[in-house]
Design a protein around this ligand. Structure first.
Ligand code: ADP
Ligand code: MG
Length: 345
């Protein structure tokens, strides 16, 4: 098969907006002027919105195991990329695909494209172009979303007095990676926990719906991809504030605790990464309204700390951990036993 045949057969589909089964926002319906097939795609951004975009590259053997299934790779690539849009409070609209493959393995491409277009359709995000090349298996996705002007969630918008929240549970991504890499081989694990953690790794749920609710109560958010403390540090630096986190409030799943034990689970949650949840800050004036959303279960989020002052020295904006109101050294919380060293970086 030639490159054009691959594209036309496996990646070119009727526009999502031509399908009546999807309730796409009417402004977005006419947004794809030109899709796959010309030199460029042409898109129109709805009035009073900004275009928000982000790119991620996954390299075989580095970002996913060499023996991962095409469906798993497609889902993970798409979901992790979409997580960045979620953390900006954006609505996903379109994406492009850079696909580098060692050879044109039709079965592989069929499974990959079916999964990719399937999950993209669930999020009403349309493939509008890309590039196909030969080389070591590498997937690059660029996702495009829109956000109402002035309503995005940015790292530099935390203010002193805000409370810090996270969506979902943290630590699952790192625990799942240990499981997949057989680093937890000595630990026993229940079938249900195994399935739950593998699902978290290959199908992390981008917090799009949460993001769209959070934008009504916050101006500041980040997706948790490098680990909670590292990602909160980005907020601290960009917003020129310090953050205090109560480590005992950090939400951790039973599956994660069951697999690695409570102490390592906390390390996974604080520094493990790959969770693709959203950390965000909420000003006092919005605490009640956000609390209602949490109570109604329209969003799963937990308060874990607060934004304190800007600190003593210039550029010394940092994240501090507390336990029972007492400061704890981060190095005392992060375990470094054999097999889990990568959690403590
Ligand atoms: P050009 O030579 O102008 O760069 P290409 O041959 O790379 O064009 O691509 C032809 C068309 O197919 C373009 O519209 C491009 O966006 C699309 N395309 C190429 N590869 C992919 C892919 N992997 N997924 C989706 N669209 C693709
Ligand atoms: Mg090209």
């Amino acid at each position: 098969l030639k490159e054009f045949d691959i594209i036309n057969h496996f990646f070119k589909r009727p526009s999502l907006s031509d399908s009546d089964s999807l309730a796409i926002d009417s402004d977005l319906k006419e947004s794809v002027v030109k899709s796959i097939g010309d030199d460029c795609a042409i898109l129109s951004v709805p009035d009073k919105h900004h275009l928000v975009l982000s790119m991620d590259t996954l390299v075989s053997g580095r970002h996913f195991p060499d023996d991962a299934l095409p469906a798993q790779i497609a889902t993970r690539a798409f979901c992790t990329c979409l997580s960045d849009l979620a953390a900006m409070g954006a609505t996903p609209c379109w994406f492009t695909l850079g696909l580098t493959m060692p050879q044109a393995d039709i079965k592989w491409i069929a499974a990959f494209s079916e999964s990719l277009l399937g999950i993209a359709r669930e999020y009403q995000c349309e493939l509008i172009g890309g590039d196909t090349t030969q080389g070591p298996l590498t997937i690059t996705l660029q996702v495009h979303g829109v956000v109402e002007q002035g309503k995005s969630l940015r790292r530099d918008q935390a203010t002193v007095g805000d409370r810090v929240f996270v969506t979902g549970c943290l630590g699952d991504g790192a625990a799942a990676l240990a499981l997949i890499n057989n680093e937890a081989a000595n630990n026993t694990i229940e079938i249900d926990d195994k399935a739950y953690l593998e699902e978290r790794f290959y199908c992390p749920q981008p917090q799009i719906q949460s993001g769209l609710k959070i934008v009504n109560h916050s101006r500041c958010g980040i997706d948790i991809s490098d680990g909670l403390l590292a990602d909160l540090q980005h907020i601290a630096t960009a917003s020129e504030v310090s953050l205090e986190i109560d480590v005992d409030k950090v939400p951790i799943s039973m599956a994660c605790k069951n697999l690695v034990g409570d102490t390592v689970a906390l390390s996974c949650a604080l520094s493990g990464g790959d969770d693709y949840q959203v950390a965000f800050t909420v000003p006092e004036s919005h605490l009640l309204s956000l609390g209602k959303l949490i109570q109604d279960e329209s969003i799963v989020a937990t308060e874990i700390g607060r934004v304190t002052c800007a600190v003593e020295r210039d550029n010394d904006y940092n994240v501090r951990c507390f336990r029972n109101g007492e400061p704890v050294m981060i190095d005392d919380v992060l375990v470094d036993d054999k097999g889990y060293q990568h959690f403590a970086s």
